[in-house]
Design a protein around this ligand. Structure first.
Ligand SMILES: O=P(O)(O)OC[C@H]1O[C@H](OP(=O)(O)OP(=O)(O)O)[C@H](O)[C@@H]1O
Ligand SMILES: Nc1ncnc2[nH]cnc12
Length: 177
């Protein structure tokens, strides 16, 4: 990781006012995705607090969480498990409804994706109200797996989303606004 990366990462995140709804300041990560050095710094920074721990599975949340989660899983030598928006997974699922900063939705996980005793890290691009990550946390804990913690590229601290992640281990974010 290059030493001034947090500053460079922060500068690369683009603010888009009133997307997808009036009053929402959308944090656009596509400039980070487009730069391999920045992405490497982002992934390294998201993994750092969990270094040295045995992690069997990384759960990533549809859709932007797939990008970060899959890269983290590869780097850790762990499996990747998708939590998808309702109706997208082909096999038997468990699901949960939730609300997020700009709406409501449902996410699902395959019933056989996680097993009791699996050591899991949850990953997403952004923690806002915590509704989405809280829904994923419920799916993980209901499976009997052990949730070691959660890691986010961005946290919107003023929305206090980490309060929606009780019992899920440490919550880490690389860039806070
Ligand atoms: O903390 P919350 O208020 O729940 O918001 C955070 C969630 O919102 C975004 O997902 P979105 O549903 O927009 O899906 P996308 O990744 O498909 O754009 C983001 O990727 C997080 O998953
Ligand atoms: N402000 C925001 N920007 C980008 N993604 C989000 N997900 C929830 N709130 C968001």
């Amino acid at each position: 990781m290059f030493s001034d990366s947090p500053d460079q990462l922060r500068k690369a995140i683009r603010d888009v006012p009133d997307f997808p709804k009036p009053g929402i300041l959308f944090k656009d990560i596509t400039p980070v995705l487009a730069d391999p050095k920045l992405m490497q710094a982002a992934i390294d920074g998201m993994i750092a607090p969990f270094a040295g721990q045995q992690i069997d599975k990384v759960v990533g949340i549809d859709a932007r969480g797939f990008i970060f989660g899959a890269m983290i899983a590869q780097k850790l030598g762990a499996g990747f498990i998708p939590v998808r928006k309702k109706g997208k997974l082909p096999w038997k699922t468990h699901g949960v409804d939730y609300s997020l900063e700009y709406g409501t939705n449902s996410v699902e996980i395959h019933q056989d994706a996680l097993a009791p005793g699996d050591r899991v890290l949850l990953a997403d691009d952004l923690l806002a109200t915590g509704g989405t990550a809280g829904a994923a946390l419920k799916l993980i804990l209901d499976s009997g797996a052990t949730l070691l913690g959660s890691t986010f590229f961005i946290e919107l601290g003023f929305l206090e989303g980490r309060g929606k992640l009780p019992g899920g281990g440490p919550v880490h974010s690389l860039i806070s606004f």
